[in-house]
Design a protein around this ligand. Structure first.
Ligand SMILES: Nc1ncnc2c1ncn2[C@@H]1O[C@H](COP(=O)(O)OP(=O)(O)O)[C@@H](O)[C@H]1O
Ligand SMILES: [Mg+2]
Length: 310
C-alpha cells in the first residue's frame, strides 16, 4: 500500500496491492432450498471438495441438525465435536477438535446423529432459536483465525431458524431448485421473503438441479422462463449457476458411498464453472467493499449449460 507521508496525502489501495496482502478473510457459502431433496448436500460436498482440490483450506458444516448426513459421506468415525455441541453452547471449535477428511485441505463439522429426543431436542431448539445467530458469527471469526478460507454451510430446507441465521452470516447463498412448479413457487416466495432483505453486501445464486437429460423443448423453454423470472422479478439480484442434469451414474455411485462427481463426468465440469462464478463474484464483492466502500452489485457472465445429454 502507498505510504502516506503526511496527513494531507491520500493513500490509495489498488487491486495489485490487494493481491500482495496475506489472505485475511473467510468466505462463507451456504446452500439452501425451500423443500428437501433438490441436492444441497450433494452440491455442498462437491463444492467443498473442489475448493479443497484448488488448495483452499475449507470446512464444511452440517447445519441440517434433524437429518445429519456428512459423517457418512466423509466416513468420520472419531467425532470430537458436533455442530449440536456448538449450537448448545457446550463446546467451541478449536484447531484439534475439527475432523479432518480424506481430502487434503478439507475438514468437516458433523451434526449429532442420535439426538436425545424430548428434553434434549427441546433445549437444542431453544438454544438454536436464542443463540445460533451469535454463535455462527463467532464461529466464523474463530475459523478465520485458524486459517480457513472457505466455509460451506449445508443447511436444512425451508424456514428453519438455523438456516435463516446461516443466511445472515453467509457471503453467498446458493439456492437449489428442482424442475417442478412447487419448487419454483417456493423458491420465489423464499427469495422475496428472506433473501431480498439480506442482499446487503452479500450475493444470491441459484441453480436448477436434477433436470432430466432428454427434456421436451417446450419444458426446456418453460424452465428458461422460470430462470429469467427468478433473475429479474424476485426483487433482488439472483445469479444463475446452471441447469444440472440428473445422472444415473451419480445415483449409482451413491449406492457405493461415493458422493463426489468423477472428474470425467459432465457434472464435474459444470460444478467447476459454478465454483469459478461463485468465488470470483465474492472476490469482486469484497475487493469492491475494501476499495470504495460501495455496496455495488456484481454481474459477471454466468455459465449457462445445455440440458441435453449427460
Ligand atoms: N444431479 C444429480 N444426479 C443424480 N442424483 C442426484 C443429483 N443431485 C442430487 N442427487 C441425489 O438426490 C438425493 C437428494 O440429494 P441431497 O443432496 O441429499 O439433497 P438435499 O440435501 O437438498 O436434501 C440424493 O440421493 C442424491 O444422491
Ligand atoms: Mg441435505
Amino acid at each position: 500500500m502507498t505510504e502516506t507521508k503526511n496527513n494531507s496525502q491520500i493513500s490509495l489501495t489498488t487491486l495489485k496491492d490487494l493481491e500482495d496482502l496475506p489472505s485475511n478473510r473467510i468466505d462463507v457459502i451456504m446452500l439452501h432450498s425451500q423443500k428437501g431433496g433438490p441436492g444441497k448436500t450433494t452440491l455442498s460436498c462437491n463444492l467443498a471438495n473442489e475448493l479443497a482440490r484448488r488448495g483452499k483450506k475449507t470446512v464444511i458444516i452440517d447445519l441440517d441438525v434433524s437429518q445429519p448426513t456428512l459423517q457418512h459421506i466423509f466416513n468420520i468415525k472419531d467425532i470430537k465435536i458436533t455442530i449440536n455441541d456448538i449450537l448448545l453452547g457446550n463446546n467451541v471449535v478449536s484447531e484439534n477438535n475439527i475432523s479432518s477428511t480424506s481430502v487434503t485441505n478439507l475438514s468437516v463439522i458433523v451434526a449429532q446423529e442420535k439426538i436425545d429426543y424430548g428434553e434434549g431436542l427441546l433445549s437444542l431448539l431453544k438454544s438454536i432459536h436464542d443463540h445460533s445467530h451469535f454463535i455462527l458469527h463467532e464461529m466464523m471469526k474463530t475459523l478465520q483465525n485458524f486459517g480457513y478460507q472457505y466455509v460451506i454451510l449445508d443447511c436444512a430446507p425451508g424456514y428453519r431458524i438455523e438456516s435463516i441465521h446461516a443466511a445472515t452470516v453467509a457471503d453467498a447463498r446458493i439456492f437449489v431448485l428442482r424442475p417442478s412448479t412447487f419448487s419454483f413457487e417456493g423458491a420465489k416466495e423464499m427469495l422475496q421473503d428472506i433473501y431480498k432483505k439480506l442482499s446487503y453486501q452479500s450475493l444470491n445464486f441459484f441453480i436448477f438441479n436434477q433436470i432430466p437429460p432428454e427434456l421436451k423443448d417446450k419444458s426446456l423453454r418453460l424452465l428458461k422462463e422460470w430462470k429469467e423470472e427468478i433473475e429479474n422479478k424476485t426483487g433482488t439480484d439472483n445469479i444463475f449457476l446452471g441447469f444440472f442434469n440428473i445422472s444415473n451414474e451419480i445415483i449409482e455411485n451413491c449406492i457405493w458411498g461415493e458422493y463426489f462427481f468423477p472428474r470425467s463426468h459432465p457434472l464435474h465440469n459444470q460444478l467447476s464453472c459454478m465454483v469459478d462464478t461463485v468465488i470470483q463474484n465474492i472476490d469482486l464483492l469484497k475487493q469492491d467493499e475494501i476499495i470504495s466502500g460501495s455496496q455495488k452489485r456484481i454481474n459477471l457472465e454466468t455459465t449457462e449449460v445445455s440440458t441435453k445429454g449427460e
